[in-house]
Design a binder for this molecule. Sequence first.
Ligand code: ADE
Ligand code: ZN
Length: 342
Amino acid sequence: MTQLPAVELHLHIEGTLEPELIFELAARNGMALPYASIDELREQYEFQDLQSFLDLYYSNMAVLRTEQDFADMTRAYLARAATAGVRHVEIMMDPQAHTSRGVPLKVCLDGIASALTDSEDEFGISSGLIAAFLRDQPVADALAVLEELLAMQAPIIGIGLDSAEAGNPPGDFVALYDRARRANLKCIAHAGEEGPPEYIRQALDLLRVDRIDHGIRCLEDEELVQRLVDEQVPLTVCPLSNVRLRAVDTLAGHPLPQLLERGLNVSVHSDDPAYFGGYIDENLSQVRTTFGFTAGQMALLAANGARSAFVSDARRRELLSDIDAWLHGQSKGGPEREDAQA
Ligand code: ADE
Ligand code: ZN
């Protein structure tokens, strides 16, 4: 086994929509796109900040209209994830980004779920689905959608909080998270991507989340870092996303090595891989090369992901034992292993 078994915990399925598929779905649905070619669309993939990315991300989603569209997008992601060594994925979807365009919840859910059902047999990838709510929309909207998801017994394992972070604190969503917990759903939230360390504190104290998505700005608050270390709160870090959205200036300047060194429970993920220049394999190989991480450090990143996944104890043991086997293979490495992938 030469490829590190990966656990993908921070992935927006709508962020896997590749330009080629955007054009294909637009044609299938008889829609005109504001770009003459795939290349012209790609030229838009230059972002100043989170909001400039979100504008394009929401606008491109307009091509998703039918159950088949959602199924095709999800299946394309799973096929790509299999080549990246992904063994388990927890997929976020943004229900409100579709219902607000008149696409019924059932259409999105059935399409995504139909692709996920076959994932284990077809790709050897176990999966879970997480409904993420838009923090720049009112909490009442989120609650109404959550109630609808619960009423239709949607196959979700948890809820998340995403979209424009600055000025939209986690504390506004206490009622949503209380409801989700009563329904036995896992809770995660984006915090500390563009927003301040205070938002990470609110996500922990007010939303009582099981994981923080991003969280890199925790380093600005020493007391918070100590708490995150003590409680081993998972931080799902997305290095290439942070570079492309200018949360950091360069990959070499990314705080991942500090986060690891401090003993935080960090793992590496891809966020919106179609937009940020790489899936989880690319994120892993770029951090390995840039920071000169050892095989042991790469295995630790992967094992942190396995420790933080919402899986059964048996599945967790399988994932950890596969990561361990990879590490063992690396340490026995002779010249034939020099091309081993991160
Ligand atoms: N939605 C999709 N990607 C996101 C990100 N990186 N931050 C916040 N919301 C998002
Ligand atoms: Zn994200």
